[in-house]
Design a binder for this molecule. Structure first.
Ligand code: AMP
Ligand code: GLY
Length: 427
């Protein structure tokens, strides 16, 4: 098959790499891609928002499957547009992608179908929101309804911070239209866990779990990012909790989407909180692969990825069982100076080949400059994935490779996976 992957990040580099392992794949093309993807696949310069351009290219060049990486085009209906041209697409349609695109929709769905999540209320009027928030315990979580590049969630520690957040979102339009409606929800304590699950309507095939590290600095300090590192498996979370999450959250959610007339077909990403009592609850849903969860989950997948994509698109996922490698994987993100605010671009990156001796090197924000050097071109620059017999061995391989890489102002966390290695198991 000729497969077109849409996107340009570390997630897409991993998707391309993983698809290229398949015997059934003749060619992988990526739009628009990055410097790392260009080393293994043809990259075509079409923006992810140019749905007509993508459709035209795919039809003209005989693309047999389009795999959509990022959330924005899914929320804007890329799948509906490409399907209307007769193309086969892996990724939910617009109605199903609303599970990520609108937190109000998602929370109402979970309440209606009694799926465990934080208690909440929704608001579109600032005075009502202020009156409500003043009666709540702290900390309190305030979320813009729509997509906000991972920045639309504020955990207010003080009442004045909560009031300021409502002002920023609902009056000053800090997140544009995304913030005109908001969710205010209960703060949940615990350990976070990400489960990616293939879904073709009612059938669910969950991947091995991963854990992300959202704050920029070691010890979970500093502002949130898109994710600074991940690992899988999770030695500190028992299998029974993972099974409970699939049974009480992911499967009922897939059924609920069917019942609502919005069957979800694609990869459903459940961001979960495991409470100190060992109960999984929903933090968020995404309608796409996680970044950087994908970087540690797909290298562990032994089943042919293309065959799983085809089963989802054809509605035959029930016939598929996923097989997993017992090896562990740890991904350390190397970010640019200034990230997560304004990353500096154009710094020359060295040591990529040496790093690849020890680990998988997935590019995120990179490109080639006029002289052919690989340079930084975004906030998250590289995802370095170490593998080994257990999480400690994978972590050591990842950091050995990270030491080989160098560019001006590079930043990375030195404690990825560390909190899973203290010997305490939840559940
Ligand atoms: P989201 O963009 O919804 O994933 O939220 C970003 C991050 O905020 C999550 O990964 C959590 O760390 C945190 N968060 C969101 N909602 C809650 C909540 N109700 N309780 C505690 N932490 C939360
Ligand atoms: N790593 C979190 C996300 O992809 O949203």
């Amino acid at each position: 098959m000729r497969v077109l992957v849409i996107g340009s990040g570390g997630r897409e580099h991993t998707l391309v790499w993983s698809l290229l392992q398949s015997d059934q794949v003749r060619e992988v093309i990526c739009a628009p891609g990055n410097a790392g993807i260009a080393e293994m696949a043809e990259c075509v310069d079409i923006a992810v928002s140019d749905f007509d351009g993508i459709a035209e290219y795919a039809l003209e060049t005989g693309v047999e499957l389009v795999v959509v990486g990022p959330d924005d085009p899914l929320a804007a209906g890329i799948t509906d547009v490409l399907e209307s041209h007769g193309l086969r697409v892996f990724g939910p349609n617009k109605a199903a992608a609303e599970i990520e695109g609108s937190k109000v929709f998602m929370k109402h769905l979970l309440r209606k179908y009694e799926i465990p999540t934080a208690a909440y209320e929704t608001f579109d009027d600032v005075d009502t929101a202020l009156a409500y928030v003043r009666q709540q315990a702290l900390p309190i979580v305030i979320k813009a309804d729509g997509l906000a590049a991972g920045k639309g969630v504020i955990i207010a520690q003080t009442m004045s911070e909560a009031e300021q957040t409502l002002q920023d979102m609902m009056i000053d339009g800090k997140f544009g239209a995304s913030g005109s409606r908001i969710v205010i929800e209960e703060f949940m304590q615990g350990q976070e866990m990400s489960i990616l699950a293939f879904v073709d309507g009612e059938t669910v095939r969950a991947c091995v779990p991963a854990q992300d590290h959202k704050p920029i600095f070691d010890g979970d300090r500093g502002p949130n990012t898109g994710g600074m590192g991940t690992y899988s498996p999770l030695p500190h979370i028992s299998d029974s909790i993972v099974e409970e999450a699939i049974r009480t959250i992911i499967e009922p959610t897939a059924k609920a989407m069917v019942a609502e007339g919005r069957p979800f077909k694609g990869i459903l990403f459940a961001g979960l909180m495991i409470t100190p009592q060992g109960k999984p609850k929903v933090v968020e849903f995404n309608a796409r692969f996680g970044d950087p969860e994908t970087q540690v989950v797909l290298p562990r997948l032994k089943t042919d990825l293309l065959s799983v994509f085809n089963a989802v698109v054809d509605g035959t996922l029930e016939q598929v069982e996923l097989e997993w490698d017992q090896e562990a994987a740890v991904c350390v993100i190397i970010a640019a100076e200034g990230y997560p605010n304004t990353p500096r671009k154009g710094d020359v990156i060295t040591g990529l080949e040496a790093a690849a001796q020890h680990a998988l090197v997935f590019h995120a924000g990179t490109k080639r400059n006029g002289e052919g050097q690989v340079v930084t071109n975004g906030g998250r620059v590289l995802g370095i994935v170490g593998r080994g017999g257990d999480v400690r061995a994978a972590q050591q391989a990842a950091y050995k490779a990270v030491q080989a890489v160098s560019f001006q102002g590079m930043q990375y966390r030195k404690d990825i996976a560390e909190k899973s290695l203290n010997g305490v198991v939840i559940g």
